[in-house]
Design a protein around this ligand. Structure first.
Ligand code: JFZ
Length: 439
């Protein structure tokens, strides 16, 4: 079927999925960590002793803080408890294979000493290159590093959210030049970086001049052809975001899954980013409302894997540089589960079986196993499995109890029931199936 295409200069730069090794590695990683850290971490979602509504990393606007008062946070940037190796160790314990850090959030403050601004770590009592310590520590643990970079910049005098005058356009393009220099600086100073996570591309200025996002993509590819970057960077010349005017995905994967999961597997690669409370990315000292449990997080990770997507869990370290207790607990619990059940997640993809109500199927890309991540224990005690006609279950074990084989029974035609093992700890469990296709 031929669908009319509008000629675009700055639409998708590629068609179909990437097939190179760097992208394959991203896919197989499946589980990532997000870190939101900046001056807002020092405020911890409170101003003048009062709780501030809204996401803590937006406190400057939410509490109407003046530039001067906000900048004063740089003097409190001491980070007595900061130890990148501790962050990396905890991330490793949780089982993430990559980590994305806010090198510069909307506030404009940079976690590395940048040649192009003074608003960075070098001008604080802390004084060290935080980003380098992070990159080194995570790399040492074998965790891939990615850089979040906000295009919106509340500090830079040339940033414009709208471009309406000649003066605006001159300023905005000076800002773009600054941004390109910073991206080049980041890729040069930290060659370990595997990709970028751009944010803040919704403002009218960026939407009006979509080409600037094409230019960033080209720049990154010149510096590192394997660099990975999601769709949130991109806007085409007609103002279409994520997907160009012809409906083609821009960037390497769908980056629109912010605190939400798709209902069925998207055609493209994709990644979900998730917070533990409802919507707090930076440190909020007083978490309110529903706080997700490790079980809920594990279920979302399994759901993402079952739909060929990556799942990234956010951490908002405290203003003293340490991780909050709730996040350490989360890391410990999820890590314990991953230790036992990670083979149902890493390197796994959607399984070609009809989904059942007990949870999520995944399939390893090449070890031949199908996994059942059981999140809903049936009252009947029987887990239903429907196989393609002629296929049978050759072997069936619970991960962690491989010595004890489960005995599936055929109930009708190609349907089987597996007696559900007991659930003791309140966590999902994983059944590994070896299937044999019919002749
Ligand atoms: C953005 C930021 O504003 C926020 O502070 C945080 O860094 C988050 C990861 O990204 O927030 C968004 C971005 C996109 C959507 C919603 C909030 N979205 O696509 O719905």
């Amino acid at each position: 079927q031929l669908i009319a295409q509008i000629p675009l200069k700055y639409g998708a730069s590629r068609e179909g999925k990437r097939t190179d090794a760097a992208m394959q590695r991203w896919r197989e990683n499946r589980f990532g960590q997000f870190i939101h850290f900046g001056l807002y971490s020092l405020a911890g979602g409170h101003w003048n002793g009062k709780y501030v509504e809204g996401a803590a990393e937006w406190i400057k606007g939410n509490a109407r803080i003046s530039d001067e008062d906000y900048e004063a946070l740089t003097r409190q940037f001491v980070l007595p408890e900061f130890d990148a190796r501790e962050w990396a160790r905890i991330a490793k314990e949780m089982g993430v294979k990559y980590s994305v850090i806010t090198t510069k959030h909307h506030e404009g403050f940079c976690l590395w000493p940048s040649e192009y601004t003074d608003y960075d770590v070098s001008r604080t009592p802390f004084g060290r290159d935080l980003l380098k310590e992070y990159v080194d520590a995570y790399t040492q643990e074998g965790i891939d590093v990615y850089f979040y970079y906000s295009i919106i910049d509340w500090n830079h005098p040339d940033w414009r959210s709208r471009v309406e005058t000649v003066e605006d356009s001159l300023a905005f393009f000076r800002y773009c030049d600054f941004m390109n220099k910073q991206i080049t600086e980041l890729m040069t100073r930290y060659p370990e970086v595997k990709g970028f996570w751009f944010d803040g591309t919704w403002d009218k200025s960026v939407v009006k001049f979509g080409k600037i996002t094409w230019d960033i993509e080209q720049l990154m590819h010149r510096l590192n052809p394997g660099i990975i970057c999601g769709s949130r960077l991109r806007v085409d010349e007609k103002g279409a975001r994520h997907f160009d005017t012809n409906g083609k995905l821009m960037g390497d994967y769908e980056q629109g899954w912010e605190r939400s999961l798709p209902e069925k597997a998207p055609q493209n690669d994709w990644e979900c980013v998730m917070t533990i409370p409802e919507n707090q990315w930076g440190y909020q000292a007083d978490w309110r409302g529903h706080i997700k449990s490790a079980t809920e997080i594990i279920e979302m990770l399994a759901a993402a894997t079952s739909m060929n997507g990556n799942f990234v869990l956010n951490f908002g370290p405290k203003g003293d540089g340490s991780l909050r207790e709730e996040e350490k607990q989360m890391a410990r619990k999820v890590g314990k589960w991953m230790q036992l059940n990670g083979e149902a997640i890493y390197g796994c993809v959607q399984a070609p079986l009809k989904p059942q109500k007990w949870g999520y199927y995944t399939r390893h890309r090449d070890n031949g196993f199908v996994y059942m991540v059981v999140c809903y224990q049936p009252v009947s005690g029987m887990l239903k499995v429907v196989l393609p006609t002629g296929s049978v279950i050759e072997n069936c074990v619970v991960l962690g109890k491989e010595g004890m084989e489960l005995k599936p029974e055929k109930s009708t035609k190609n349907e089987f029931v597996i007696p559900a093992p007991e659930v003791k700890d309140g966590f999902p469990y994983v059944i590994r199936l070896k299937l044999k296709e019919g002749d």
